[in-house]
Design a protein around this ligand. Structure first.
Ligand SMILES: *[C@@H]1O[C@H](CO)[C@@H](O)[C@H](O)[C@H]1NC(C)=O
Length: 266
């Protein structure tokens, strides 16, 4: 009996909270009180899986921007996806399309000015092991712990990208890595890349003190502009963030986006 009253009280309080939350964004947020049941979103009855998959795909489409954390109700779903065979297949497909582009796109001049750009994190090296320990994007990104993890140089390679990297290199195309990592992580980054089988890149651009607070898309566009001014023809960019392609100059024949719904870099 006592328990019954207590439960009723808890349910009442929860209902009250949901009413408060619900009044602002009733159609945008998942009803946490019935996570296993269907919710009605914009008049359509959907499951939590539907809800989280549509969140994920809209991150990939760059419709959802600048999120600081993965919605709490979706961290389990996103964690599952980022460690799934589907994630690997999706990444592999993006890399296959890069192969395809590479086999037909480019009249390489062989004058040392053909170039290709890669991101580092979640393009060449995976940060998934870090996020596994930090709630799969459910916690606000903590750069202290992330950089400490990067210094351990244990990030594994994305195997499909590794293959593409060497294929590109063997064609005589120069590879430039443009990363949001800070320059103080240069040694650790180089160590980690070499340990995982990457070598022979022509440049590794990291963020110095001057551009640490610059928007990433501007910082990356500036790095591309420098390459173009030096006479490079950029045939492709592979990255996991839209900020790797945005901004002017676009300056690449094609861009290839790898999936990543753990964090957003703008
Ligand atoms: C980041 O993590 C460190 C180590 O756990 C902690 O001391 C610090 O307060 C955190 N920073 C933020 C901004 O949460």
């Amino acid at each position: 009996m006592q328990m019954g009253i207590k439960n009723a009280l808890i349910m009442f309080l929860l209902a009250l909270i949901s009413v408060c939350n619900g009044s602002r964004n009733a159609d945008r947020h998942w009803n946490i009180l019935s996570p296993r049941k269907k919710n009605v979103v914009h008049g359509t009855s959907i499951s939590l899986k539907n809800y989280c998959e549509s969140w994920r795909i809209n991150v990939e489409l760059n419709n959802i921007r600048g999120f600081e954390v993965v919605p709490q109700e979706c961290t389990a779903y996103i964690g599952k996806y980022m460690t799934s065979t589907q994630y690997k297949a999706d990444s592999q497909r993006a890399i296959d399309e890069s192969h395809l582009h590479l086999s037909s796109c480019c009249t390489l001049k062989g004058d040392g000015k053909d170039a290709w750009i890669f991101d580092v994190d979640d393009t060449l090296l995976s940060t998934i092991p870090y996020f596994k320990k930090h709630g799969y994007g459910g916690e606000k990104l903590n750069f202290t712990t992330l950089e400490a993890w990067m210094r351990e140089t244990k990030a594994p390679a994305l195997e499909h990208t590794l293959k593409l990297f060497h294929e590109i290199r063997e064609k005589g195309i120069k590879i430039f890595l443009i990363s949001t990592r800070r320059d103080c992580l240069r040694d650790a980054t180089v160590d980690n890349l070499i340990k995982e089988g990457y070598h022979g890149w022509s440049g590794l651009v990291l963020r110095g003190l001057g551009n640490e607070y610059q928007r990433v898309k501007n910082y990356k566009a500036e790095a591309r502009r420098k390459l173009v001014e030096e006479g490079y023809r950029i045939w492709g960019i592979v990255g996991d963030q839209w900020s790797s392609f945005d901004g002017s100059p676009a300056a690449a024949e094609r861009t290839f986006k790898l999936p990543n719904s753990l964090y957003y870099v703008s």
